[in-house]
Ligand binder design. Structure first.
Ligand code: SAJ
Length: 432
C-alpha cells in the first residue's frame, strides 16, 4: 500500500515524535492538534514538550517541508490517532477510561476520509476502543464502508497499534522497538504494518485489534505488578531490618528471577494509569492488578510516616530544638530519574505533603528544573545540593545521577530517609 500523505492527530509526547520521525523518512506529514500554541511552535520548527533529540528531528522535518501542523483535519492516506485517554468518574468508579478525545478525533477526521484510507489508533486504550472508534467513524460517514460491517471488502481499514516508547528515549525507541499491530481484519493489519515499516526497524507483528489493546495494557500492568512486589518487599524488609536493595540484587542472581526496584511510589502517565483500564472492565477478575495499583499508590503514605518518624527521632536527640526548627530537604521531585517531568510524580506528592505538614519551609533539591511548578506547595523552596545536604532530615525521593556519590558531613542527629537505596542501605538512617 502506498502512503503519500500521513496525518497524525494529537501532537503530544507520542504524536509529535511519530510525526517527525515519519517526516524524516521524506514522507509528507500533516500534524493536527487543537492546541494553537503547539501548532504555531511546531510550524516554527520548535517543540512545546521536553524530549531529548526531538527538537533536532522536528526542526529538520519542518524546515525541509515534510512536516506541517494545523488545527483542522485535512485529507491524507493514513491517519494516526495519538490523543490522551484519561479517566473519568462514572457509576462510582473513578478510574473509568474516558474516550472523549478519541471520539473528537474520529469526528474531526471523518469528513475528510476517502475510500482506501487507513485509520490507526495509537492511544493506549481499553479493550474494544478500536471497534468503538470504527463505530464513530461509520456513524459520521454512512457513504463509506468499514471493517465491522464489510470485513476485508471495506473502504476504510482500521487498526490499533499501541505506542511503547519510554519517555526520555522516544526518538530511538520509536524506530528500534518491535510493534504490535492489531487490525480489525488481516488486510487492515497488513496495511498498518506497511505504514510502520516506513520508519520502524524493529519487527511489526500482526494480531487482532483487541489483542493489541490488551497487549499494551498487559505490558504496563506487568511492570506495575513487578514494582508493587518490590515496594511490598521494601516495607517487609524495613520491618525485618533487612537491606531490600541487597536482597533484590541477591534474588536477581537466580537465572529466572528479575525483580524491579522499590521507590517512593509509581508515577508518570502510563504505568500508574493503564492497569486501571483492565480493572475497570473486569473488576472481579483483575484482583492482582488492582492490588498492585493499591500497593504502589499507598507507598507515598508509608514514606510520609518514615519522615514523621525521622522528625521525632531528630527531636529526641536534640531536645533543645522545636519541631519548627527542624530543617527537611527533599532530593528529587521528578516522576523518575534524570528527567524534568514533574507531572504525576510521587516525589512531588510526598514533598508537597511534607511541606503541608511541617511547621516551617521545606527545601527541595531538583537539579533538572530551574523553578518550581505551580503544582508545588508554596511551602517548598528550591535550594542547591549543598544547601539541601545541610538539613536535619534529608529525604531522597528520586535516584537522579546527580545525587549519586554525594557525601554528608553529618551534624548532631542528622537523618537520611532514602527511598531509593542510593545513599543508605536502610530507609531511615541516623548519620551520627
Ligand atoms: N519505577 C520504579 N521502579 C522501577 C522502575 C520504575 O519505582 O524499577 C517507577 C518510576 O520511578 C516511575 C514509574 O515507575 O515513577 C514509571 O516509570 P517507567 O520508567 O517504568 O515507565 P514510563 O511510565 O516512563 O514508561 C512506560 C514504559 N512501559 C514499560 O516499560 C512496560 C514505556 O515503554 C511505555 O511506552 C510507557 O510506559 C507508555 O507510554 O505506556
Amino acid at each position: 500500500m502506498e502512503f503519500d500523505t500521513i496525518s497524525v492527530i494529537g501532537l503530544g509526547y507520542i504524536g509529535l515524535p511519530t510525526a517527525a520521525v515519519i517526516a524524516s523518512r521524506r514522507k509528507k506529514v500533516i500534524g493536527v492538534d487543537i492546541n494553537q500554541h503547539a501548532v504555531d511552535t511546531i510550524n516554527q520548527g520548535e517543540i512545546h514538550i521536553v524530549e531529548p533529540e526531538l527538537d533536532i528531528v522536528v526542526h529538520a522535518a519542518v524546515k525541509e517541508g515534510y512536516l506541517r501542523a494545523t488545527t483542522s483535519a485535512e485529507p491524507a492516506d493514513a491517519f494516526l490517532i495519538a490523543v490522551p485517554t484519561p479517566f473519568k468518574a462514572e457509576n462510582g468508579n473513578e478510574h473509568t477510561p474516558d474516550l472523549t478525545y478519541i471520539e473528537s478525533a474520529s469526528k474531526a477526521i471523518a469528513p475528510v476520509l476517502k475510500k482506501g484510507d487507513l485509520v490507526i489508533l495509537e492511544s493506549t486504550s481499553p479493550v474494544g476502543a478500536t471497534e468503538q472508534m470504527a463505530a464513530w467513524l461509520a456513524g459520521a460517514r454512512p457513504d463509506l464502508t468499514f471493517p465491522q460491517s464489510h470485513g476485508e471488502d471495506s473502504d476504510i481499514r482500521v487498526a490499533h497499534c499501541p505506542e511503547r516508547v519510554l519517555p526520555g528515549h522516544v526518538v530511538r525507541e520509536l524506530v528500534e522497538n518491535d510493534r504490535v499491530i492489531g487490525g480489525m481484519t488481516p488486510k487492515c493489519s497488513n496495511a498498518a504494518s506497511s505504514l510502520y515499516k516506513l520508519f520502524v526497524d524493529g519487527e511489526c507483528i500482526t494480531t487482532t485489534a483487541r489483542t493489541a489493546e490488551m497487549a499494551k495494557l498487559t505490558e504496563n500492568s506487568f511492570r506495575d505488578v513487578n514494582i508493587a512486589f518490590a515496594n511490598e518487599l521494601s516495607i517487609v524488609c524495613d520491618k525485618l531490618d533487612i537491606n531490600v536493595w541487597e536482597l533484590i540484587k541477591l534474588a536477581n542472581r537466580h537465572p529466572r528471577v528479575n525483580i524491579l526496584q522499590p521507590g517512593p511510589g509509581v508515577g508518570g502517565h502510563c504505568i500508574a494509569v493503564d492497569p486501571w483500564f483492565i480493572v475497570s472492565e473486569t473488576p472481579d477478575e483483575a484482583r492482582l492488578i488492582r492490588t498492585a495499583r493499591e500497593v504502589n499508590d499507598g507507598k507515598p503514605e508509608w514514606v510520609l510516616g518514615k519522615v514523621q518518624q525521622a522528625v521525632g527521632e531528630f527531636l529526641s536527640s536534640n531536645p533543645d530544638k522545636t519541631a519548627k526548627e527542624v530543617t527537611i530537604s527533599c532530593f528529587g521531585l521528578a516522576f523518575k530519574p534524570d528527567i524534568d517531568d514533574l507531572r504525576e510524580s510521587p516525589a512531588l506528592k510526598i514533598a508537597n505533603a511534607i511541606a503541608q505538614q511541617h511547621a516551617s519551609k521545606v527545601w527541595a533539591v531538583e537539579p533538572n528544573i530551574e523553578k518550581l511548578p505551580a503544582s508545588a506547595s508554596s511551602e517548598l523552596v528550591l535550594v542547591s545540593m549543598e544547601e539541601g545536604k545541610r538539613s536535619d532530615i534529608a529525604v531522597l525521593l528520586v535516584d537522579h545521577r546527580d545525587f549519586k556519590g554525594q557525601e554528608f558531613t553529618a551534624h548532631q542527629g542528622q537523618i537520611v530517609v532514602d527511598t531509593k537505596g542510593l545513599w543508605e542501605p536502610m530507609v531511615l538512617t541516623r548519620l551520627n
